[in-house]
Design a binder for this molecule. Structure first.
Ligand code: HEM
Length: 504
């Protein structure tokens, strides 16, 4: 009883003490924020919405209304560029829209991928997500070792051998579209191309047949949920602590676990095949196993590392290409003259042939221009970012170390100073005789950390588009949205709804 009453009498003191500690910590944090403002406020930028949260309330408001924050950043870049400062709590983000600085930073391995984004993507709401996989690895040595091991699965020779798969999976889409044409139903092109690219990556990278155009599967939804969860996780530090979000946060964790447990299952099956001396393909899965199997005994961390790369390829190797295809179909639907020109080229190069060859792809130059222009206006990954570990001067502005440099091909490609009439969809910008854009167009990023799957993606996209143009006429269903939705990657909001007819 005496103990209880002593405790009771101490309670107000303990409470007061905790409050004091909290207050001092908060004051210290505010002073640190003030120090950052003094250090970086000479860099032009829009006014902050709040002392503490900086510009983040503006971004959160846009996200709440299903908008695209990159449009706001574009507006600021035009107003305050070529270098703009944004504050999110104690993070200082510097948007860079200077070709020279883009070249200097992205082409060099001196600037590591930034902590703020890539370290955060190790987990997703406390569930391991991309870990130390190829996209998120920040340590140069660790990254380089993985990249060297993965390279053979993306060599020109190996990719040529994938033409059969690209053709075969694209044919399944043509069968599906034939049914849509015969039944006069509306085709959701985003959904259909998503099924194809996921089928391709599962088959080519992991040797698994999903056949998503015929069979239902939890994977497309899981990938979408992870990507959407990713933007909340990265852009709103308080998201997971709000009770109204807990259900959603659990769904994201569950989606993430599904991808990782699937990876574990497929990796184990492949390992058993290897142990049994079976002839296994030299595909991405084999390379993933190799990249972790440097030592005799595999640790728990090695196992997790393999899953990091499994999820990395499952996501990086599929969504981006599907969204590019969907945007491309959307713009062709909106520009009948460009569509006709692309069809004419396909007729001349491919004719009635079913099997498109690697050499045919090289001859589809106008289609290449159309695909490049699609990525100019709609880069499915908007950009990349780097940590600044030493001071730098960009366009005469001194930027002290400690900030994050953000490079956005989305913003640069919409700036009048780099592309005349930037919002016009014009594939002739990429005509072989036209001047090449100078470090302002980089949908696959640039330099050592540029996309490993660029060639893979563009071969796959061309095969799908060429077959579509060869076989079908399509029209966009009136009244749908042509806006962009930001779900971590960019995708067409309306899904690109089309009616399709067989060509004569
Ligand atoms: C249109 C399709 C694609 C686009 C627009 C695209 C874009 C990009 C971009 C911008 C990056 C840099 C990311 C960053 O800095 O954070 C990247 C990296 C990467 N992409 Fe792609 N990608 C596409 C397709 C693919 C495909 C099909 C694969 C694999 C099959 C792939 C695998 C990778 C990998 C492994 C990396 C990390 C490279 C490294 O850091 O060494 N991508 N991609």
């Amino acid at each position: 009883m005496a103990i209880l009453s002593a405790l009771w009498s101490w309670l107000p003191h303990a409470l007061l003490f905790t409050l004091c500690v909290f207050f001092v910590a908060f004051l210290g944090y505010c002073l640190y924020i003030k120090h950052l403002h003094l250090k970086y406020d000479h860099i032009p930028g829009p006014p902050r919405k709040s002392f503490l949260f900086g510009h983040s309330p503006i971004f959160l408001e846009i996200m709440k209304n299903d908008g695209v924050i990159h449009d706001k950043i574009h507006e600021w870049a035009e107003m305050y560029g070529p270098v703009i400062r944004m504050n999110l709590l104690h993070y200082v983000l510097i948007g860079v829209y200077s070709p020279e600085a883009t070249k200097e930073v992205l082409m060099s391995s001196k600037y590591p991928k930034d902590k703020f984004l890539y370290k955060r993507l190790f987990n997703l709401f406390d569930q391991r997500f991309l870990g130390n996989g190829l996209v998120t690895a920040r340590n140069h040595e660790q990254w380089y070792k993985q990249r060297r091991i993965m390279d053979p699965a993306f060599s020109s020779l190996y990719l040529r051998g994938l033409m059969g798969t690209f053709n075969e999976r694209a044919e399944k889409l043509m069968d599906k579209l034939s049914e849509e044409a015969e039944n006069n139903t509306v085709a959701n092109m985003l959904h259909l191309v998503n099924c194809v690219t996921m089928d391709v990556i599962a088959h080519v990278a992991f040797g698994v047949d999903l056949d998503l155009l015929r069979k239902s599967s939890p994977f497309p939804k899981a990938v979408e949920t992870c990507l959407k969860g990713m933007i909340y996780y990265v852009r709103d530090a308080t998201f997971q602590y709000k009770p109204q979000n807990w259900k959603y946060v659990n769904e994201v964790r569950e989606a993430c676990r599904l991808l990782r447990s699937t990876g574990a299952q497929w990796i184990n099956e492949r390992k058993t095949d290897i142990q049994n001396g079976e002839d296994v393909p030299k595909d991405i899965l084999t390379q993933i196993i190799k990249s972790a199997q440097q030592e005799e005994v595999m640790t728990k961390e090695d196992e997790e590392f393999m899953l990091d790369n499994f999820v990395t390829f499952f996501i990086a190797g599929q969504e981006t290409t599907a969204n590019q295809l969907a945007f491309c179909i959307m713009e062709l639907g909106r520009h009948p003259d460009i569509l006709e020109k692309a069809k004419k080229e396909v007729d001349e190069v491919i004719g009635m042939k079913r099997e498109i060859s690697y050499d045919d792809l090289g001859n589809l130059t106008y289609l290449s221009q159309v695909l490049k222009e699609s990525l100019r206006l709609y880069p499915t990954i908007v950009g990349t970012s780097r940590s600044l570990e030493k001071d730098i001067v960009i366009e005469g502005i001194h930027i002290p170390a400690g900030a994050t440099l953000m490079f956005s091909t989305y913003v640069a490609c919409r700036m009048e100073k780099f592309f005349k009439d930037p919002m016009k969809f014009d594939p002739d910008r990429f005509h072989p005789d036209a001047p090449k854009p100078y470090y302002c167009y980089y949908p696959f990023s640039l330099g050592p950390r540029s996309c490993l799957g660029k060639k893979f993606a563009q071969m796959e996209a061309k095969v799908v588009m060429a077959k579509l143009l060869q076989r079908f006429d399509f029209n966009l269903v009136p009244g749908q949205s042509f806006d962009v939705r930001d779900t971590g990657t960019l995708r067409p909001k309306g899904g690109v709804l089309c009616t399709v007819r067989h060509r004569n």
